[in-house]
Design a protein around this ligand. Structure first.
Ligand code: SF4
Length: 755
């Protein structure tokens, strides 16, 4: 089930007809993105979808989950009552391994520390037909590229860098756990039909310039918000000259500009990569439908006519870039970087250079970087900063070791970490002395460099560059070093100029691995027990939420009237709370603790209407729950924006909040609330927000006639005996109303499975 060639054949079998139908319906040539999206619709479209506006339902082909986000996704999936996942799915244990002293020891520590999480993920995967990649097997996106991605497919993954698979011609999109759960349970998946940016690449990379520099430049052009609700489609002769893994790097970092995803057309480089990673059958099947795995010729001849925006980059003129600090869109061509460092007074002498991660740990990346390390050893150059290497998968690590690349790095003094996220996600026990200057720099080949991302320290200035440039700069330990123009003094006092990096796209002897770290699920998982200790504080099996009582909701109390911005982070904070993401009861102790109470301007301080005392939001709600009193949350504009984490919808549901009434919702959060069986309502008249008083009790009327497009009434009974009756809107369709009635979407699926 984890790798399903029949599924790929079925996708390709339908592709020509679906593309032809979409072209007829749209009435013009199609981009690749449109071909893939229109061929994955749940229902054939009869008119073109409006880009950036229409919400559309799709059937994804695959689901991939990383270990941190998989926990709640799979706990929810268990509620669906299905014997197996509906689409091929995998779990990857990569986020929970802390980097400290090197691969072997760090992995041993992680296996002990996270045992209950790994045991749960392994057993739940085994039971439900999910491929399980053990701790140390590799980073989700590298493994997906090597094993599962295929041109023309649609993948969703519970991680924002799922987009990496666009390097192999797939529409691959990062989602929340609730979406993954739905798709595994057989429900469609909804996406706002994206706008399209065409990126035309001409010329050819040479010398120090690499695929990484393409996306570093694009990030500088579009900035961190420029890709929001957009898909970047790369094309042109330059695109065809890039290796498949290089394309993956470019798509991976598209997440940094907020893009829904990025994609390249199917070409020879992809075919070669599929063959090189032992998937000749997929390559042959893709070759047979190759014309449908690219945008139409007319589109690329006149891109301005078909894309919402077009960018052109000549790879022959592209300079290596260094981006940062603190944001990935602060893009500096290497020739301008030295001056920027000096002018801005950034810490010039950096302490660590880190290469690898899911973004840049391909064989090509490692060979190009190793060529510099080898040259350094030959010329008696020593690294002037700590050097850290993170292979992306066991396959890449094993092959790199066999071919002497890890040896080259170790000769340069490198510490090789486990095949896992490590410092890229802040899982880095960095060894800084308290006597050292707090302000410091590091340079990485990762993708994100926001403050505290890598080591939790707001003083760390993190810069991002290609692995070969990071390797070269680590020999200097100096951000002002430009290997294209400058020399380094070696141990003999001689000035040495580095040679340009040389690499191989794929290993000449082929990829090899002894134990890839994969666990195939049981064919029949019915007898497999899912391992969750009842005393665990990190994991807790879920109970189904109760169904609606069938009557209007009366006598609810106001829990909080939120003032101003309330993102999903305000509703369910991250940081230290993340360790409870598999334990709904424990993580609910962070519910709304970041939101501002409109009545006192304070966070996490609301009036308990029973005791009349102020207390934290979770405490007050828990006391209402204990007394079986429902409550409502009132919010401002764009309530629930930000990350799509489902905990922000599950926590209020779990603690007994019955409705969220706001001026407006962020769409994903609104849908998440509906899925959990909550009432998500908006004021028909936004000024009514001001009528709500701190001691109100509330009735929600009209639920027995709850229907698509209907309005409901909400009565606010004030403490002085007066009342306000306000009209509220909702956006529930008929299915979603059934979710509300049943107490949540998963209750419906379970009833269907059992029925
Ligand atoms: S290596 Fe970094 S970017 Fe990649 S999946 Fe891990 S944390 Fe995310």
């Amino acid at each position: 089930m984890a790798f399903d060639f029949d599924m790929i054949k079925a996708v390709y079998g339908n592709l020509p007809d679906r593309v032809a139908a979409a072209r007829r319906m749209v009435g013009r040539p199609l981009t690749l993105t449109e071909k893939i999206l229109y061929s994955h619709l749940t229902h054939a479209a009869n008119k073109p979808y409006e880009r950036g506006k229409s919400y559309v339902e799709f059937n994804p082909d695959r689901v991939a989950m990383q270990d941190a986000t998989a926990q709640m996704a799979l706990l929810q999936f268990m509620q669906a009552g299905r014997p197996k996942v509906a689409v091929p799915s995998t779990v990857h244990c990569d986020h929970l391994i802390q980097a400290e002293v090197g691969a072997k020891k760090d992995l041993t520590v992680a296996l002990e520390k996270n045992k209950e999480v790994y045991d749960f993920l392994s057993s739940v995967s085994n039971k439900y037909g999910i491929g399980f990649w053990k701790p140390g097997a590799g980073i989700i996106h590298q493994v997906v590229l090597e094993q599962y991605a295929f041109p023309g497919g649609l993948l969703i993954g519970t991680d924002s860098h799922t987009v990496n698979a666009g390097g192999l011609g797939m529409i691959a999109i990062g989602v929340g756990g609730a979406d993954a759960c739905d798709v595994m349970a057989g429900l469609p998946w909804e996406l706002k039909f994206p706008k399209l940016i065409g990126v035309k690449l001409t010329g050819k990379l040479s010398g120090w310039a690499s695929a990484k520099d393409v996306i570093l430049k694009v990030a500088g052009i579009l900035t961190v918000k420029g890709g929001t609700d957009k898909i970047l489609e790369y094309f042109g002769p330059g695109a065809e000259s890039l290796s498949c893994t290089g394309k993956g790097t470019i798509c991976n970092m598209g997440a940094e500009i907020g893009a829904t995803t990025s994609i390249f057309c199917y070409d020879n480089k992809m075919s070669e990569y599929l063959i090189g990673t032992k998937r000749s059958d997929v390559a042959s099947a893709a070759d047979a439908v190759a014309e449908h795995l690219r945008g139409d010729k007319e589109v690329y001849e006149n891109p301005e006519k078909y894309f919402d925006e077009v960018i052109e980059i000549n790879l022959s003129e592209l300079e290596p870039h260094v981006n940062g600090p603190f944001t990935p869109d602060l893009a500096w061509p290497i020739s301008k970087f030295k001056q920027a460092v000096l002018d801005s007074n950034w810490p010039r002498y950096f302490e660590a250079g880190l290469i690898g991660s899911c973004t840049n740990s391909s064989y090509e990346d490692l060979t190009r970087s190793a060529s510099i390390a080898r040259f350094a050893a030959k010329n008696n150059l020593k690294a002037k900063a700590e050097f850290i290497v993170t292979p992306g998968s066991e396959q890449v690590r094993f092959t790199a070791q066999r071919d002497g690349l890890l040896n080259d790095f170790e000769n340069m003094g490198a510490m090789v970490l486990a095949n896992a996220c490590g410092p890229c996600i802040g899982q880095w026990a960095r060894h800084r002395k308290s006597s050292e200057e707090p302000k410091n720099s590091i340079i990485t080949s990762y993708n994100r460099n926001f403050a505290k991302r890598n080591d939790g320290d707001p003083n760390t200035h993190a810069f991002v560059a290609s692995p070969e440039l990071v390797t070269a700069m680590t020999l200097a330990g100096d951000l002002c070093f430009n290997p294209m123009t400058d020399t380094l003094k070696n141990e003999n006092g001689q000035e040495v100029k580095l040679e340009e990096p040389q690499g191989l796209e794929m290993p000449l002897k082929g990829y090899a691995v002894e134990d890839a770290g994969y666990q195939e699920p049981a064919k029949d998982g019915s007898m497999v027990q899912v391992a969750v200790s009842p005393t665990s504080d990190r994991l807790q099996l879920l109970d189904p939420f109760p169904a609606w009582e069938g009557v209007d909701l009366k006598g609810l109390l106001l829990l909080i009237k939120v003032k101003g911005k309330c993102t999903t982070d305000h509703i369910s904070m991250a940081g230290p709370w993340l360790k409870y993401r598999g334990h709904l009861d424990n993580i609910s102790n962070n519910m709304l603790i970041g939101a501002l109470n409109a009545f006192n301007g304070k966070a996490d301080s609301v009036k308990n209407q029973v005791t009349k005392q102020y207390d934290s939001v979770p405490n007050v709600q828990r006391s209402y729950k204990a007394s079986r009193i429902g409550s409502i949350v009132v919010g401002d504009e764009n309530y629930g924006e930000g990350s799509s984490r489902e905990h922000a919808a599950m926590e209020p549901r779990f603690l007994g909040v019955r409705a969220i009434l706001v001026k407006s919702f962020a769409r994903i959060h609104e849908t998440n609330l509906k899925k959990q069986g909550m009432l998500a309502l908006t004021f028909a008249n936004k000024e009514d927000y001001d009528r709500i008083q701190e001691d109100d009790t509330i009735d929600i009327l009209g639920l027995t006639e709850f229907a698509p497009g209907s309005q409901l009434k909400v009565v606010f009974h004030h403490i002085d005996g007066s009342r306000d009756i306000v009209t509220v809107n909702h956006s529930y369709n008929a299915n979603q109303i059934e979710w509300f009635k049943a107490g949540g979407a998963l209750n419906i699926i379970r009833a269907q499975v059992e029925g």
